[in-house]
Design a protein around this ligand. Sequence first.
Ligand code: SAH
Length: 209
Amino acid sequence: MVLNNENLVENLIKDGYLKTALIINAFKAVDRKDFVRDEDKEHAYVNYPLAIGFGQTISQPLTVAFMLELLSPKLGEKILDIGAGSGWQTALLAQIVGEQGKVIAIERIPELKIFAEKNIGKYGFIEKGIVKIIEGDGSKSYELDAPFDKIIAAATSKEIPDAWKKQLKIGGFIVAPVNQSIYVLGKTGPEEFSKKQYFGFSFVPLVTD
Ligand code: SAH
């Protein structure tokens, strides 16, 4: 039985999902319980996605750990996070990039945008100017904040939207689901990308307007 956030993090390390100190420390500092609904608090530390309403879920811990290790976020980076949902992954990213960094999260469901803001609010990341949550369709461009060092998405589509490729700095990475795989695209030139694929995950769909 996983009783607290520390146990959850220890299991993710033991099972090989969490490896990097900066990411491990963020998982310790940001408690998953703060991002689930009141009726789910006792299940906050199990390795499952949990419903957050509107047919959406807070992602499974091992998937978030695996994707963040692939993304390899660093102190001071500017990151685009598509599908804020509960705000858990957004808060983890904010903890990692710190006060010199920035996380722009996009969420298309207005009620979830508010839920994410409320949850992230417990950590002061919005007041400090590290996190900004935008309501809208994240498959489109948000030129004001681009380009980004890294882009991560929590909702799956048939292909990586062109808007993400355009908004990425050269040398940057996109970690996003395509169907039920995780893709890692590395931007090697203005129009050139390397690609790696990891099979066997499960995601909610990216809904485009
Ligand atoms: N990392 C989040 C994942 C939430 S599930 C968490 O752990 O809580 C994915 C989220 O993506 C859902 O909230 C869904 O509403 C949102 N989403 C789906 N399509 C989107 C789009 N085109 N633009 C922005 N958000 C989208």
